[in-house]
Design a protein around this ligand. Structure first.
Ligand SMILES: *Cc1c(COP(=O)(O)O)cnc(C)c1O
Length: 408
């Protein structure tokens, strides 16, 4: 690990030098600690570890050196260049989870109880929406969905519903790329003493750092851009209240059994090393693809925050370094034309994930957002003809050629 005071100028270096060397053999790269438990020399030592007096390792579900290396890297990325209230470099604590959904489960269950409500907005990731409205609803946690882009609505909804204890933001949101003003919503939420969390999966800490705007928690599906290569499922929950993260939140995390595994953590660590150069290329390719589709006569509409025509273009530019690599669009002729287009692609890959190095294409209405009613989908701009593209880092001319021949 580099000296904590080293004056890094960018995340390209931060991501390579922020994890400690968690091994006695001085291996250059973080080893995969494939072990379920850790030994102690004496009964006394074991007791002290259980009592929390000795901070050494104890049991794999509670933590593992490979997880720690990934967690330290993500903490450094999300905190890069940010200061706390005392003007000191911001300290964060990350907990690596088995999936983005697991991180979301720990987040909501550790912050809310029966009778509480969470305020969130339209156009959420499909399974976040279902987790809130199907699973957590069953345990008495209510979800209020409103348009968080309208600040009057945010204020009024919070005032009208004293049960609201938390606001959950996803920006840009899947698959319409709607953006919520993190600073403005957080300011209102904080005036009412609410907890604020942000799903930063689409942007990554390279493009957007929600802690800059006062949020309490950031969640990621590390499956996406952080891993970047599509080699493992994972999630992370990051918090700025270190004591709360190490005690209350960690307790829920281990009791829910939401831990990652050493092999996937290793894949994540290696994937993250190229985050900055991948994101640069992802974004420049996405800008070229969006411009191309926007001008194409066979395309009805393109949702990409980098285009002036996107309703949230200004908010996106205010809080993101670049517009990201996700876009959605409608082919003229609705669902049938859309299906035909998807089937004709020769290079872009038909798959539902996003944030991998290769370009992925999917159909939200029949895939990721199947669990939402058609009425709710349409209200949120997820029409039957909408196609989502996660633009990869291929040579951009090849992506354009593939789109061109499929649209011909
Ligand atoms: C994929 C995704 C999730 C869920 O993550 P998993 O790793 O699939 O569990 C949550 N939020 C967003 C924005 C996502 O893209």
């Amino acid at each position: 690990m580099a000296n904590k005071k080293f004056p890094f100028t960018g995340t390209g270096s931060v991501v390579l030098h922020s994890a400690g060397h968690h091994n006695a053999e001085h291996a250059h790269l973080t080893p995969i600690f494939a072990t379920s438990t850790f030994t102690f020399d004496t009964a006394q030592q074991g007791m002290e570890r259980f009592a929390g007096e000795d901070k050494s390792r104890l049991y794999g579900r509670w933590g593992n050196p490979t997880f720690t290396a990934a967690e330290q890297t993500i903490e450094a990325l999300e905190a890069f260049g940010l200061m706390d209230e005392n003007g000191e470099p911001l300290q964060l604590k990350a907990l690596l989870h088995s999936s983005g959904q697991a991180a979301m489960t720990t987040l909501f269950m550790s912050n809310l109880k029966a009778g509480d409500a969470v305020l969130s907005h339209y156009s959420l990731y499909g399974h976040t929406y279902e987790l809130l409205l199907k699973v957590l609803a069953e345990s008495g946690i209510q979800t209020i969905i409103a348009d968080l882009r309208d600040l009057n609505v945010v204020e009024e909804t919070i005032k009208k519903n004293p049960a609201i204890k938390m606001v959950h933001i996803e920006t840009p949101a899947n698959p319409t790329m709607q953006c919520v003003d993190i600073a403005a919503v957080t300011t209102i939420a904080k005036q009412h003493g609410l907890v604020v969390s942000a799903d930063n999966t689409f942007a990554t800490p390279y493009l957007q750092q929600p802690f800059k705007y006062g949020v309490d928690f950031v969640v990621h599906s590390t499956t996406k851009f952080l891993n970047g290569h599509g080699t493992s499922i994972g999630g992370v929950l990051v918090g700025k209240d270190i004591e709360k993260m190490k005690n209350h939140i960690w307790k829920w995390h281990i009791l829910l059994g939401n831990n990652n595994n050493p092999f996937d953590a290793f894949l994540l660590i290696n994937g993250m090393k190229t985050l900055e150069i991948r994101m640069e290329r992802h974004c420049s390719n996405a800008i070229a693809v969006a411009d191309y589709l926007d001008k194409h006569t066979a395309i009805e509409k393109v949702n990409f925050v980098g285009l002036d025509s996107h309703p949230d273009h200004a908010i996106a530019l205010k809080q993101m370094k670049q517009p990201g690599a996700l876009l959605s669009f409608e082919v003229k002729g609705g669902i049938d034309a859309g299906k035909q287009f998807i089937d004709r692609l020769q290079m872009c890959v038909r798959a539902v994930s996003l944030g991998t190095v290769d370009t992925l294409i999917s159909h939200p209405a029949s895939m990721s957002h199947r669990g939402m009613s058609k009425e709710d989908r349409e209200k949120n701009g997820i029409t039957d003809g909408l196609i989502r593209l996660s633009v990869g880092i291929e040579n951009v001319a090849d992506i354009l050629t593939d789109l061109e021949q499929a649209l011909a």
